[in-house]
Design a protein around this ligand. Structure first.
Ligand code: AP5
Length: 224
């Protein structure tokens, strides 16, 4: 039986986690699970969860571990994850990583390959302030590089492109602080467990994808 592929993308806001997760999801035919996207959908639908998450997200703070862990477990239980999944934006705290470590064997998934996408702060700010996301299908663009064919319109579905609420300069700084305090310790956490792979995120999107693919393919060879 094929072993499911379980991947975690770790990196600062704007590092390119969502971009790489989307590409890899298409290549392996496994779902891209973004806690940020799930929470933004909940906000759009004005559900109680969305209302609670909105205050935190608009301020650049993290949503509670309890809420996010419940969302992820519910998502990973769905049948489309049976061949694996790509986590983008989860885990983000040591407590979330501990919950994932407990959850995966219980749901019969292997431990994840964790890719830390590393990008300098100046480039991160440029990527975040230049990002535009499709309001319908969440495809990601950037005014400095990955421009849509028609201004403000998604190439994939024709949806309107928008600037995320938390991509405003004053919120970006708070997100960086949360990342340094709460998420960066996960790099050491996963390194100690032998699950971490460092990726140079300053390269272009395609080169980064190739670097990730070569790690996945070589680890598959080793495990066969
Ligand atoms: P989330 O949506 O996860 O945001 P984030 O982690 O801050 O990451 P981003 O989505 O901003 O960036 P990315 O790394 O995905 O970059 P992207 O590929 O888009 O979370 C938002 C909020 O939700 C959090 O602040 C928190 O409140 C809450 N939340 C979510 N998960 C949570 C959790 N687990 N626990 C608690 N709270 C949680 O790329 C950015 C831009 O750069 C794009 O325009 C792209 O086109 C461009 N780009 C990408 N790669 C390249 C490249 N190689 N070269 C040039 N440009 C590039």
């Amino acid at each position: 039986m094929k072993v499911p592929l379980t991947v975690v993308f770790l990196g600062a806001p704007g590092a390119g986690k969502g971009t790489q997760a989307r590409v890899l999801s298409g290549e392996y035919g496994i779902p891209h699970v973004s806690t940020g996207d799930i929470l933004r959908e909940a906000i759009k639908s004005k559900s109680p969860l969305g209302m609670e998450a909105k205050k935190k997200m608009d301020a650049g703070e993290l949503v509670s571990d309890e809420i996010v862990c419940l969302i992820v477990e519910e998502r990973l239980r769905r049948v489309d994850c049976s061949q694996g999944f790509i986590l983008d934006g989860f885990p983000r705290t040591i407590a979330q990583a501990e919950r994932l470590a407990e959850m995966l064997p219980r749901l019969l998934f292997p431990l994840p390959m964790v890719f830390h996408i590393n990008v300098g702060e100046e480039e991160l700010v440029k990527r975040l302030t230049g990002r535009r996301s499709c309001s319908v299908c969440r495809q990601i663009y950037n005014i400095y590089g990955q421009r849509p064919r028609i201004e403000d319109q998604c190439d994939v579905c024709g949806g309107k492109l928008e600037l995320r609420e938390d991509d405003k300069m004053e919120v970006i700084q708070e997100r960086f602080t949360e990342y340094t305090n709460q998420t960066e310790p996960l790099i050491q956490y996963y390194r100690e467990r032998g699950l971490l792979f460092e990726i140079d995120g300053s390269k272009d999107i395609n080169s980064i994808n190739q670097d990730i693919l070569s790690v996945i393919k070589s680890s598959k060879v080793l495990s066969n």
